[in-house]
Write a protein that binds this ligand. Structure first.
Ligand code: PAN
Ligand code: ZN
Length: 186
């Protein structure tokens, strides 16, 4: 039973959403097909299969008109120089957009539609908008800090992860010269 009217609290010391219903955790082993590195198994062994990101959710009814929300915490780190990132997805319902509000750290929002790729910088207080129909992935470009944002999207959106494997994002983000570089995928 979902409460009618509720609040959540982001705990910025612990980087968790208090009173979440559940969280999803993505480790390197869950994501081996999403990173560019070919020697991913070796990397997994080296990196101890660390947690790349967590998504904390407080659920709403999954019907049109309702909004879902989640806090994503992407840990700092790289896989063969490629910054830790989310899998990235498209909404199954192509009419559904989304808003991200950045809480902590720094990162990028990568957007993809057909052959078109865009990216936006995210840092605290920056609010980014994902238009309906665009694939979206977030990347932690900090070398030391978690990247944390809250997302709001229509509860009838649905998530398609296969499409971001079948039609990969046109850019990848690597560590370069003490910072990051957005490199074109050939
Ligand atoms: C976000 C994402 C979250 C994790 O809440 O689901 O950042 O990214 P992946 O879903 O790509 O693993 C969102 O876009 N919801 O629609
Ligand atoms: Zn989404």
């Amino acid at each position: 039973k979902i409460e009618a009217g509720f609040f959540t609290v982001f705990n910025r010391q612990e980087n968790i959403l208090e009173n979440y219903d559940h969280y999803e955790e993505r480790k390197l082993s869950d994501m081996h097909r999403y990173f560019a590195a070919e020697d991913i198994r070796q990397q997994m062994a080296l990196a101890n299969n660390e947690v790349i990101y967590r998504v904390y959710k407080k659920t709403a009814p999954l019907i049109a008109g309702e909004l879902e929300q989640a806090v994503t915490v992407i840990n700092p780190g790289q896989v063969n120089g490629e910054f830790f990132m989310t899998k990235g997805h498209y909404h199954i319902n192509e009419k559904c957009s989304e808003v991200f509000f950045t809480l902590k750290g720094e990162g990028l929002l990568l957007l993809q539609k057909g052959q078109e790729t865009k990216w936006l910088e995210m840092k605290p207080d920056v609010i980014t908008y994902i238009p309906a129909g665009w694939g979206h992935r977030t990347i932690n470009t900090s070398l030391s800090e978690p990247f944390v944002f809250i997302a709001f999207w229509p509860a009838n959106a649905g998530h398609n992860y296969q499409k971001s494997l079948d039609e990969p994002f046109g850019r990848r983000v690597f560590f370069y010269n003490g910072s990051y570089i957005v490199s074109k995928v050939l």
